[in-house]
Design a protein around this ligand. Structure first.
Ligand SMILES: [Zn+2]
Length: 128
């Protein structure tokens, strides 16, 4: 079911499987069913091989990363989720800048996707 990792190690282990990590992201982002992030339509077709959807209304393709800071990054969900977990669970807060730096991605997304990031956490143990 919906396991919640308690440590970063658990998060890494739990989401090591790319498919599992992908499903987790999908269910989190679209708890009521996938909708096109570009036009809002729910008439979308899933392409399992590429883990992408095609919108039947605006005809655009999108992924669970569309509109997030990882949109333009080849980074996998298996890496992304532990980072998100870290943001949500670091007691002192962690800045999206630090995550972005550690994962070598742009900062564009963390802010738009996750609101739980707080003040910078200087002791973040994250290493990509
Ligand atoms: Zn659309």
């Amino acid at each position: 079911m919906d396991e919640i990792p308690r440590t970063l190690l658990e998060a890494v282990a739990l989401y090591a499987d790319e498919q599992r990590a992908f499903e987790r992201v999908r269910d989190r982002r679209w708890p009521n069913g996938v909708a096109c992030p570009l036009c809002g339509s729910v008439a979308v077709g899933f392409m399992a091989k590429r883990r992408k959807w095609q919108c039947n209304d605006c005809r655009k393709q999108f992924s669970a990363k569309t509109g997030t800071i990882f949109e333009d990054s080849p980074i996998g969900f298996s890496k992304w989720l532990p980072a998100i977990w870290l943001i949500a669970n670091c007691k002192n807060g962690i800045s999206s800048h630090e995550i972005a730096r550690d994962l070598k991605v742009t900062q564009k997304m963390l802010g738009s996707c996750f609101t739980e990031s707080g003040s910078p956490c200087k002791r973040a143990p994250l290493r990509s």
